[in-house]
Design a protein around this ligand. Structure first.
Ligand code: PEP
Length: 227
């Protein structure tokens, strides 16, 4: 079971260190933390694997605001998210750029959590399967790539897919790509056990509930108890 915390644009270096002072995860669960770029250096000094929230495909160059995989490796970062729905929605991320980011990261030795998921409009239009097929098709087949299924309508909204809805989507993704599949979308200690006990759910990508050390510790304990 893998539990990854996506801190989005929260926690500078001082708050990052304060989080780790209070964070306590048991044995038996893989834990990853994805802080903002400015807090990566503080986080890699701690005992948990650290992933970036994004990575560029070029080794270096005139790409203002971007960071290469080699730079992350130099810092001690172990992996990166790619294709988070907020990047797709607000920053023009496409399936093509998701593919390029994932390939470059993996080639540099980073692990990757690649995010896929349908919007509410796509689900209502009956397009969930087509969207997932399209998004998964571009992802490299690689032992160090994990997929996170994050229905966009469930991210940061408090709306969670039912365990049955999540299981159905995970089953489809696993039929398309032989990898671990995490669920993401308003996961919190109260709903984690129902979701994580589904056979095709291999862990969680957690936004809001990963910001609080006590609630993220509790999620990790639940995951460990189900492993
Ligand atoms: C996320 O940011 O990937 C996420 C799933 O957020 P939340 O848990 O807050 O819905």
């Amino acid at each position: 079971m893998l539990i990854a915390g996506n801190w989005k644009m929260f926690k500078g270096p001082a708050e990052t260190l304060a989080f780790f002072d209070a964070f306590d995860a048991p044995e038996g669960v893989d834990v990853v933390v994805c802080p903002p770029f400015v807090s990566l250096e503080a986080a890699v000094g701690e005992e948990w694997p650290v992933y970036a929230q994004n990575v560029h495909w070029a080794a270096d160059g005139a790409f203002t605001g971007e960071t290469s995989a080699a730079m992350l490796v130099e810092l001690g970062v172990q992996g990166s998210l790619v294709g988070h729905s907020e990047r797709r929605l607000f920053f023009g991320e496409t399936d093509d750029t998701v593919q390029r980011r994932a390939e470059a990261a993996l080639a540099s030795g980073l692990k990757v959590i690649a995010c896929v998921g349908e919007t509410e409009a796509e689900r209502e239009a009956g397009e969930m399967e087509a969207v997932l097929r399209r998004q998964v098709a571009v992802l490299p087949r690689h032992a160090c790539l994990v997929i996170a299924y994050e229905p966009v309508w469930a991210i940061g909204t408090g709306k969670t897919a039912t365990p049955e809805m999540a299981e159905e989507a995970h089953g489809l993704i696993k039929s398309l790509h032989d990898t671990r599949v995490l669920y993401g979308g308003s996961v919190k200690p109260e709903n984690a056990a129902d979701l994580l006990s589904q056979p095709s759910i291999d862990g969680a990508l957690v936004g809001g509930a990963s910001l609080d050390a006590a609630s993220f510790s509790s999620l990790c304990r639940i995951a460990a108890s189900l492993s």
